[in-house]
Design a protein around this ligand. Structure first.
Ligand code: HEM
Length: 132
């Protein structure tokens, strides 16, 4: 089914840059399996958080000194002197919790609840989530 905008503004934008029609096609028209639920979105969230951890981690490594006498001062340096160092460190520290939370959501949702709903053996799901 093709996208036919009702609003003249959307029509004007979409005829020049068909981004709204493209989103409509991807999010509404495109057929997806019936068993896809919001639990599956945590997979891409976990992937995104991993990228955030890697990028902020690399920036932190540029200023961090892994030495028993120097580590504290290097973290103080990150917080006080490095441009937006405080933001990068807090993104990394809080991002770690978000990564873990999204992993817990994936494993508790996709691997445990979803198979039970379809009467499939869910033992594998419990083994996976317990290992986390
Ligand atoms: C899943 C991936 C990662 C997780 C969950 C994670 C988690 C953490 C946590 C919890 C801390 C302590 C934060 C604090 O209280 O200050 C930390 C510190 C640090 N991480 Fe990561 N990290 C990850 C990936 C990386 C990567 C890929 C790098 C570098 C290439 C990195 C570099 C660092 C550095 C240099 C520190 C010390 C600086 C600081 O304490 O703020 N991390 N990380």
């Amino acid at each position: 089914m093709s996208f036919e905008p009702k609003s003249p503004v959307v029509k004007w934008v979409d005829s020049r840059l068909p981004i709204i029609g493209m989103m409509h096609h991807a999010l509404y028209d495109y057929p997806t399996p019936k068993n896809l639920s919001y639990w599956w979105t945590f997979g891409s969230l976990a992937g995104f958080m991993l990228v955030v951890q890697i990028v902020t981690g690399i920036v932190l490594s540029m200023h961090y000194t892994p030495h028993v006498d120097l580590a504290f001062n290097s973290v103080e340096h990150i917080m006080r002197d490095v441009n937006y160092g405080w933001l990068i460190r807090y993104m990394h520290a809080n991002g770690a919790q978000c990564s873990l939370l999204s992993c817990i959501c994936i494993f508790s949702g996709a691997f445990t609840m979803a198979p039970t709903r379809h009467h499939v053996n869910c033992c594998g799901g419990w083994v996976w989530s317990s290992s986390f």
